[in-house]
Design a protein around this ligand. Structure first.
Ligand code: NAP
Length: 338
C-alpha cells in the first residue's frame, strides 16, 4: 500500500510504500477512496499536539470499501461502502470519553493511505446520497458539530428550534461549516462570524441569516443591533475574543467550545457569567451514540458536506501546509486511488 507518513515533527509528510495491512481479531481493512484533513493533522505536523510519536500515518477521516476482515467479523462485510468513526474506546459514559479514548491517525495509523485497519465497530454504511469525497469529509467534523449543537448545546435535533438564535464563530472552519448546516436544518436562526466577507457570503448561501467580521472592534454591537443576543454560541477560537462571546450571549445562554485555536481567554468576566446565568460548556468529538445520531440526521436532511478543495494523496503534505493561513471554506479532501 501507499501511505503519507510523518517521520519527524515539522518535516513534510513522505509518500511511502508499506506492506499491505493484515486485520487483527474484530478488525477490518478498508481500501480508502478519500480522506479529509482536520486542523488536528496540521497541529500534529507542527508538534503542537500531545503524544506525537513518529513515524505515524496521519488522517482521522476516511471513506472506502471493506477489503479484508479479521477473525470474528463475517466475510459479508467485504465489498461494503463504509465511513469510519474516528473515535476509539469512547467507553460507556456518553457524558465524557474514557481515559483510553484515542483518535484515528495518532497513535493508530490513519487514513492518509490506500488502506487503513480499524476495529469493525467503528465502521458504518456510507450515506447513500454522498459521494466518496463528501463521505470522507463527514466523520470527525460532523460528529464534533453534532455533539456541540445538540448533545451539549441544547438544540433539539428532532424538533423545531425557531426560538433559538445560534452564533457560529470562524465560519470558514470544517467543524463550523457542519455546525452551520446542522443548525440551519434544525430550524434555528443562525448567524456567523469570520475574518472574511466572502466566507460570510458563502455562509449565507447555506442558510446563515448574516455575519460579522470578528476583527471589527464593534462586531458584537453589530450582532446585537441586527440579530439580537444569541441563545447558543459555538466557538473554537477562544483567546481574547472569548470575552466578547460572554458579553453578547443572551441571559441564560450557552457557549459551547470544541477548541481554543487562539489560546486561552485573556480574562474571564465571572460577574457576567453568573449574573447572566450562562452555561460554559466544553465538548470533544462525540460518543458512538452521537456518531450514529449524526449519521441519521445527515441522512434525514440529505445534508452534503461543504467541500473546499480536493487534491490527490500525493499532494497531501502541501494541502496540510495550506491550513496554516485557513484559506478554506469547508473541508479539504484527499482523493485516493487504491
Ligand atoms: N474538541 C474536538 O473534538 C475538536 C474537533 C475538531 C476540531 N477541534 C479544534 O477546533 C478548531 C477548529 O478546527 P477545524 O478543523 O474546524 O479547523 P479549520 O477547518 O482549520 O478552521 C479554522 C477556522 O478558525 C477560524 N478562526 C481563526 N481565528 C479565529 C478567531 N480569532 N475567531 C474566530 N474564528 C477564528 C477561521 O475562520 P474564518 O476563516 O472564517 O476567519 C478558520 O477558518 C481547532 O483548534 C481544532 O483543533 C476540536
Amino acid at each position: 500500500m501507499k501511505a503519507l507518513a510523518l517521520n519527524a515533527i515539522k518535516s513534510p509528510l513522505q509518500l511511502e510504500d508499506r506492506p499491505d495491512l493484515i486485520p487483527g481479531p474484530d478488525e477490518v481493512v478498508v481500501s480508502v477512496k478519500a480522506a479529509a484533513l482536520n486542523r488536528r493533522d496540521y497541529w500534529i505536523t507542527q508538534g503542537m499536539y500531545p503524544g506525537i510519536k513518529p513515524p505515524v500515518i496521519l488522517g482521522s477521516d476516511g471513506a472506502g470499501i471493506v477489503s479484508r476482515t479479521g477473525s470474528g467479523i463475517p466475510d459479508d462485510w467485504v465489498g461494503r461502502d463504509v465511513i469510519i468513526d474516528p473515535g476509539t474506546d469512547w467507553g460507556d459514559n456518553d457524558a465524557v470519553q474514557s481515559a483510553a479514548f484515542t483518535i484515528l491517525g495518532l497513535p493508530r495509523d490513519g487514513t492518509f493511505a490506500t488502506e487503513v485497519v480499524v476495529p469493525a465497530c467503528q465502521i458504518h454504511s456510507k450515506p447513500a446520497h454522498l459521494d466518496w469525497t463528501q463521505a470522507a469529509a463527514l466523520p470527525l467534523a460532523g460528529v464534533t458539530a453534532y455533539r456541540a449543537l445538540f448533545t451539549q448545546g441544547g438544540l433539539n435535533a428532532a424538533g423545531s428550534n425557531s426560538n433559538q438564535r445560534v452564533l457560529i464563530t470562524g465560519i470558514g472552519g470544517g467543524v463550523a461549516t457542519f455546525a452551520l448546516q446542522f443548525a440551519v436544518a434544525s430550524g434555528a436562526d443562525v448567524w456567523v462570524t469570520s475574518s472574511s466577507p466572502e466566507k460570510i457570503d458563502r455562509a449565507m448561501e447555506f442558510g446563515a441569516r448574516g455575519g460579522f467580521n470578528y476583527n471589527d472592534d464593534d462586531w458584537g454591537k453589530q450582532l446585537i443591533d441586527q440579530a439580537g443576543a444569541p441563545n447558543l454560541i459555538v466557538d473554537s477560537a477562544g483567546g481574547k475574543g472569548y470575552g466578547s462571546l460572554i458579553h453578547v450571549a443572551a441571559p441564560g445562554g450557552r457557549i459551547v467550545n470544541y477548541g481554543a485555536t487562539t489560546g486561552p481567554p485573556e480574562k474571564l468576566d465571572l460577574f457576567k457569567v453568573f449574573w447572566k446565568q450562562l452555561r460554559l460548556q466544553g465538548t470533544t468529538m462525540g460518543s458512538p451514540n452521537d456518531f450514529a445520531k449524526m449519521l441519521g440526521f445527515v441522512d434525514e436532511h440529505k445534508i452534503s458536506p461543504i467541500i473546499d478543495s480536493v487534491c490527490p494523496l500525493e499532494e497531501g503534505a502541501e494541502a496540510i501546509g495550506r491550513m496554516k493561513s485557513s484559506p478554506q471554506f469547508g473541508k479539504c479532501v484527499l482523493s485516493i486511488q487504491s
